[in-house]
Write a protein that binds this ligand. Structure first.
Ligand SMILES: Nc1ncnc2c1ncn2[C@@H]1O[C@H](COP(=O)(O)OP(=O)(O)OP(=O)(O)O)[C@@H](O)[C@H]1O
Ligand SMILES: [Mg+2]
Length: 373
């Protein structure tokens, strides 16, 4: 899929930028440009990686660099992008996020102590990784006034400083450098996908919000509070599991099963009862895991998750939102990252539907825009 609607417009004044999300089943690209303080959507596109791996569309791949480079080059061409200034996402699975607790100390001491502490969490020599960290601000007293009612039980008062530790293997960064060079991109940063999604689908507010990203191979869950990541978990089941289950149960080729998943999904028509059951069974596994993560967060921090934002191609399934609403005890919405961009009105319905899949790519492009200001 690719779409472009600005080719004949005069050359843009300000610099256009690209956000690129290399997912396991497809690559997404979004091109934005700043105009009058707004992020104008210039073009976007998606390309399935299955065919580059000799497997069906919609399935997770594990491709060598050269193939990814070929695919990305094809996508950039198909989507009619007009710039090479880009940011690229790093898959959560290629990074290690840990929340660690350190004794009270100043920034300088932390800078010395964290790499030493980090060794405990990193299974490879520290020289092989890039390390980053953030101190998670303490709850201010005034915060509780704005909060939802605390969850029954405790709001634990743990000592010390909580730190979000981010570790990325140098191989991952080298790989992205190669892809970037191979496609002639000028990538100024790589960002772990959650931080991109946070920017595109979450409003900075006081609530605890969960981002639920159902991709092809896995489902990523993150809890964000006041714009800060507080918990992260991956369920090793994604939307391709539904396709494979449909294929097995109904004796269909995988390609056909994928088609059925996308066209029928959770349809309530009596003749689709069987399909609905298979799909529901698979989703319920993921929803149960999600409720477990929400429960663990609520227990640990004594605050409730007030909203779940659905992203990823898996959440485009027909009836997905309705089912999710019956499974979670909180408000559930579909991510609408294109709402952070200005686009022609006629496109709005299309963009709302495609939105959840582009949360990462849009988030990256928004950061790149900020950077070029
Ligand atoms: N309309 C649809 N209905 C149902 N499922 C869909 C639809 N569109 C895409 N999917 C499914 O969504 C999955 C792809 O989602 P997405 O593009 O978010 O994954 P990804 O980013 O490539 O993977 P990951 O995040 O796991 O690396 C595929 O398994 C695909 O079958
Ligand atoms: Mg993804």
């Amino acid at each position: 899929m690719a779409f472009s609607f600005f080719q004949n417009i005069l050359k843009p004044q300000s610099q256009s930028v690209l956000g690129i999300d290399i997912g396991s089943s497809s690559i997404k690209v979004v091109q934005l440009r700043k105009k009058g303080g707004k992020a104008v959507l210039e073009t976007y596109g998606e390309l399935a990686l299955g065919p580059y791996a000799g497997i069906e569309i919609g399935r997770a791949t594990n491709l060598p660099n050269e193939k990814i480079t070929d695919a990305l080059r094809d996508l950039l061409k198909e989507s009619n992008v007009t710039t090479r200034a880009a940011g690229i996402s790093i898959a959560s699975s290629s990074s290690l996020l840990s929340f660690i607790r350190m004794p009270e100390m100043d920034q300088k001491q932390l800078a010395t102590m964290i790499p030493i502490e980090a060794r405990k969490y990193i299974p490879v020599p520290i020289t092989e990784v890039a390390l980053d960290w953030w101190v998670i601000p303490k709850q201010e007293n005034s915060f509780s006034e704005f909060e939802k009612a605390p969850v029954a039980g405790e709001a634990p008062k743990e000592k010390g400083i909580e730190i979000l530790l981010v570790v990325i293997h140098n191989d991952v960064l080298n790989r992205l450098n190669q892809i970037s060079q191979g496609t002639g991109l000028q990538s100024s940063f790589y960002e772990i996908e959650i931080f991109s999604s946070m920017r595109s689908v979450i409003d900075q507010n006081l609530e605890s919000v969960m981002v639920f990203d159902m991709g092809a191979g896995s489902t990523k869950l993150y809890v964000i509070e006041r714009g800060i990541l507080r918990a992260s978990h991956t369920v090793n089941r994604g939307s391709q599991e539904i396709t494979l289950a449909l294929s097995r149960s109904l004796g269909l080729a995988v390609g056909e099963a994928e088609h059925i998943k996308r066209t029928i999904g959770l349809s309530s028509e009596p003749e689709h009862k069987n399909i609905k059951e298979i799909v529901t069974l698979n989703l319920d596994y993921v929803f149960a895991e999600t409720n477990r993560v929400i429960g663990a967060f609520e227990k640990k921090y004594g605050r409730s998750v007030s909203k779940v934002v659905l992203t990823g191609g898996g959440s485009l399934l027909k009836g997905f939102l309705d089912l999710a609403r019956t499974r979670f005890q909180t408000e559930v919405v579909l991510g609408d990252p294109f709402s952070k961009t200005e686009a022609p009105a006629f496109l709005e319905p299309v963009l709302r539907v495609a939105g959840p899949e582009f949360a990462v790519a849009i988030g990256i492009a928004l950061r790149k825009l900020q950077e070029s200001e």
